[in-house]
Design a protein around this ligand. Sequence first.
Ligand SMILES: [Zn+2]
Length: 75
Amino acid sequence: MTVESLPAFTAPARQRWESIPADIRQRLLSNVWCGRCRRESTNTNFTGTIKGGDPLLVGKCGECRGDVARVIDGS
Ligand SMILES: [Zn+2]
């Protein structure tokens, strides 16, 4: 499966993202698993991509600046 990397959210991804309540969005951004820190961290400088039709947040770990990603599933 290929991941289409985008500099920002595409219109469909943005629409999906903005349909999520703000408090949930905040939680998605503030609870990203970082494999390097081995704990949940904050997703900073995130951008949106599309993976398998679902928005995927990618960004940097707020602690170690490593790459982190989180799929936003349709549910
Ligand atoms: Zn980290």
